[in-house]
Design a protein around this ligand. Structure first.
Ligand SMILES: NC(=O)c1ccc[n+]([C@@H]2O[C@H](COP(=O)([O-])OP(=O)(O)OC[C@H]3O[C@@H](n4cnc5c(N)ncnc54)[C@H](O)[C@@H]3O)[C@@H](O)[C@H]2O)c1
Length: 321
């Protein structure tokens, strides 16, 4: 019998990551795209390690995988994995801690600027031969000297603040778990009362995990208190903003616009009102989909698996269960 560790790659990743396994004599691997629960339950039970992107791993799958030692997440969020059963089965979960902060932060700036600058309005105007209509177009807005609230000051929040300061924005940070000193060392101002401080913001960007505390944190009651000029960006997880409430607030002109990279249900249903709302700028959970980031994530995902079996895994990559 082969002593090679068997690795299942669930959902394809950049070839740079796969090459690490191809070149390593201690591993063999299989790549699958089928993420049907029944199929996964049978399939994973034969493997020592898996890499996973967005597919769901509920308790019924994890409890069935007696051989499994490591689940390596391609990304940093792990709300698709049942943590309790992973802990009970002594399975290590790792994340790609160094790979995606830059790509997500750039995506937030892309969304914020896009909404402020009228999305494709100018491009459409020129390409449709209407250059001379430029004086009649709605005016766009600046982000210079505007107040932005970064909610969640972890890897992405700390990367985003530099980009916001580069645009001369006033940056406020809401993260009860990060000290005033740390926030100030990055050039931000710590905010303690979310509900009070949010009223004076021109922009809000979410970088917190989705959990029982943060689900529906941004709801109609809170949206009602915002400035009419406020822009909200969610490139964290769907469900932190209540989508029905957001749609209502936008339709009632309670806020200026919103950018969503993530949704309560992915993909959103075809008849979701979000898809028809002109004040929304949407992307299909692609904030981390730069060529550079996909390469980094694939390499880090697989390296975490190799390091785990080589007993060299850096503790910072392990999710505390
Ligand atoms: N759109 C994408 O493709 C994409 C890519 C990467 C990460 N993400 C998501 O972005 C989010 C942030 O990622 P990260 O790598 O910066 O995570 P991180 O763990 O480094 O940082 C999260 C921060 O949120 C803070 N926090 C937790 N609960 C909070 C609360 N209730 N209120 C305020 N702050 C709170 C924590 O103290 C921590 O500092 C995660 O939800 C992750 O899933 C999305």
């Amino acid at each position: 019998m082969s002593n090679k560790k068997k690795i299942l790659i669930i959902q394809n990743i950049h070839e740079a990551g796969i090459k690490l396994l191809e070149d390593n004599p201690n591993f063999e691997f299989e790549l699958i795209e089928n993420i049907d629960l029944k199929f996964l339950k049978e399939k994973i039970s034969n493997f020592d390690g898996i890499s996973i992107r967005t597919a769901k791993l509920p308790a019924e799958i994890i409890n069935h995988c007696k051989k499994l030692k490591i689940i390596s997440r391609h990304g940093v969020g792990y709300d698709n994995i049942d943590l309790k059963s992973a802990k009970n089965n002594n399975i290590t979960i790792t994340i790609t801690t160094t790979a995606n902060a830059v790509a997500v932060s750039e995506h937030v700036m892309f969304m914020l600027l896009n909404i402020a600058k009228g999305k494709s309005m100018y491009d459409i105007t020129v390409k449709s031969g209407n250059f001379n209509e430029r004086n009649k177009l709605p005016k766009t807005i600046e982000i210079w000297k505007k107040n932005i609230l970064i909610m969640g000051f972890g890897r992405i929040g700390q990367c985003l603040i530099k980009r916001c300061l580069g645009f001369d924005m006033n940056v406020f940070v809401y993260d009860p778990y990060v000290t005033k000193e740390v926030i100030e060392s990055f050039g931000g101002k710590k905010v303690n009362d979310l509900y009070e401080s949010i009223k004076s913001m021109d922009a809000i960007s979410l970088h917190i995990p989705l959990n029982d505390k943060t689900k529906n944190l941004i709801n109609y009651e809170l949206l009602k208190t915002l400035k009419k000029s406020c822009i909200i960006i969610n490139a964290a997880r769907g469900g932190i903003i209540n989508e029905n409430d957001l749609n209502k607030a936008l339709s009632e002109n309670l806020i200026y616009g919103a950018g969503l990279d993530v949704f309560e249900m992915e993909p959103p249903s075809k008849d979701s009102p979000l898809l028809k709302n002109d004040k929304l700028f949407l992307s299909p959970h692609t904030a981390a989909f730069t060529e550079e980031c996909m390469t980094r994530m694939a390499v880090e995902t697989i390296q975490n698996i190799i390091d785990f079996f080589d007993k060299k895994l850096d503790k910072s990559k392990i999710v505390k269960l």
